[in-house]
Design a protein around this ligand. Structure first.
Ligand SMILES: [Zn+2]
Length: 439
């Protein structure tokens, strides 16, 4: 096999002729000069239709390819322009890269796979790219993937949610398919118009096929759903109801901590140096100890009990001894969470009992929560009746929130949406050249 054919194989390029390979002394990398095969030449970069040539464009161009071992590799070729009937004067299509991209397809695909599997720093370090570049790559890979399938096929039961990003300054509206557990759609913003964008895309025929919609208590979601899917059963999103309870526990915890801290003796009565006078320094201060226990109890109180570490379980026991009110708040949160794991008939009874308990609990945060639960009682029970109370909703929600944190630093929300869709949309990126079974 001739060297040039070996290089074509290494690069994994199709419809491409390798003309030569040389070292670039400036960058220390390999430069592979290529040209498209005759059939792949003179095509519009957007629609790939065959078009007449226009001019030489910006001359020679380079695309970064996957490294060969420890050596960087770039592809170099002419990038002429053509005149397309539909798209006007555009840079001609090249078989090895997406239109307008500075990286080869294989490079793009590898980055997309890594971005959905690894940490931000691992991707950037391994591939030697900036995180913003990863954002643009993920964006164009998703645009290509999206075209290959119908993401609204068979959509019946959906969940609508709003998710904050950029530290709570901006929001995405997302739609999840409850039956497949996939993320179906996401867009920037959180208002009725954003959500209408989804239903417009879905079309009236498919709107009519939607049978169940879960959402948090936001009135704008309820209004749009009533407007577009009047027949659908509206259910409370269990994830949000539990999140309300979790927020209430945290509020109670902060109050308990502030009270314990206020009662604790000031720490440095005798200066910082030297031994404190006998009988004053090491005397245990119960208020201080309680403040420390309460302060460190955040995760123990908020996590699901099955996920607690041994230490966190111990903290819970201490809370039970040190602060019975805070512990009661924790039990209220947990028992509300358990309601969603019950059968419908049992849940009706349990939710009623819970409301009675919360009304009399003398914890203002939970008395208030009890009022919201009463308001949304019907839609909460509807979620349980129709089996929309499973852990899957929580798991998708948690994953989306995780991605918004990872995607922090992308230039546009489009890249964040693309990463979320690639990771949770049911069509994950594949590593290039791995379509054969693993040996
Ligand atoms: Zn075109």
């Amino acid at each position: 096999m001739r060297n040039n054919r070996i290089w074509a194989r290494i690069l994994g390029v199709e419809k491409t002729v390798v003309e030569g390979v040389e070292f670039d002394d400036d960058t220390g990398g390999v430069v592979v000069s290529v040209r498209p095969t005759l059939r792949a030449r003179s095509r519009c970069g957007v629609c790939r239709r065959r078009c007449p040539g226009y001019d030489g464009g910006a001359g020679r161009r380079r695309w970064r390819a996957l490294d060969a071992g420890l050596t960087t590799v770039v592809i170099e070729a002419w990038a002429p322009r053509v005149v397309c009937r539909e798209h006007g004067v555009v840079v001609a299509h090249v078989p090895w890269a997406r239109h307008g991209a500075g990286h080869t397809r294989r490079f793009d695909e590898t980055i997309a796979w890594l971005a959905t599997h690894c940490s931000k720093s691992a991707v950037c370090e391994l591939m030697q790219v900036a995180w913003r570049t990863v954002g643009s790559i993920v964006d164009r890979v998703w645009a290509d993937t999206e075209r290959t399938f119908d993401r609204f096929a068979g959509l019946r039961r959906i969940g609508i949610d709003e998710i904050s990003y950029k530290k709570g300054h901006k929001y995405l509206t997302v739609v999840v398919d409850h039956d497949s557990g996939r993320l179906v759609w996401a867009a920037e913003g959180r208002n009725a118009d954003t959500l209408r964008g989804f239903f417009d895309l879905l079309g009236s025929e498919r709107c009519a096929q939607i049978t169940h919609v879960t959402a948090d208590a936001a009135p704008w979601i309820a209004n749009v759903v009533t407007e577009r899917c009047p027949e659908a059963v509206r259910c409370a999103d269990p994830f949000h109801v539990v999140a309300w309870a979790t927020a209430a526990v945290d509020k109670v915890r902060r109050g308990a901590w502030n009270r314990a801290r206020a009662k604790a003796l000031p720490r440095k009565q005798f200066g910082t140096r030297g031994r404190p006078p006998a009988g004053t320094g090491n005397a245990p201060d119960p208020h201080r100890e309680r403040a420390i226990v309460v302060k460190k109890s955040r995760w123990a109180l908020l996590k699901n009990p099955e996920n607690l570490t041994g230490k966190q379980a111990g903290t819970l026991l201490l809370i039970e001894l040190e602060d019975p009110t805070l512990h009661r708040a924790y039990l209220l949160k947990e028992s509300l969470r358990l309601v969603f794991q019950m059968r419908h008939e049992d849940a009706i009874v349990a939710l009623n009992r819970w409301i009675g308990w919360a009304r009399r609990c003398r914890i203002p945060e939970f008395v208030a929560l009890q009022r919201s639960i009463v308001t949304h009682q019907d839609s909460i029970l509807a979620a349980i009746e129709h089996g929309l109370s499973n852990g899957r909703i929580e798991s998708v929600n948690t994953k989306i929130r995780l991605i918004t944190r990872v995607a922090f630093g992308f230039r546009s929300p489009d890249a964040l949406i693309a990463l979320a869709m690639l990771g949770l949309g049911g069509h994950p990126p594949q590593l290039p050249g791995r379509n054969h079974p693993r040996r």
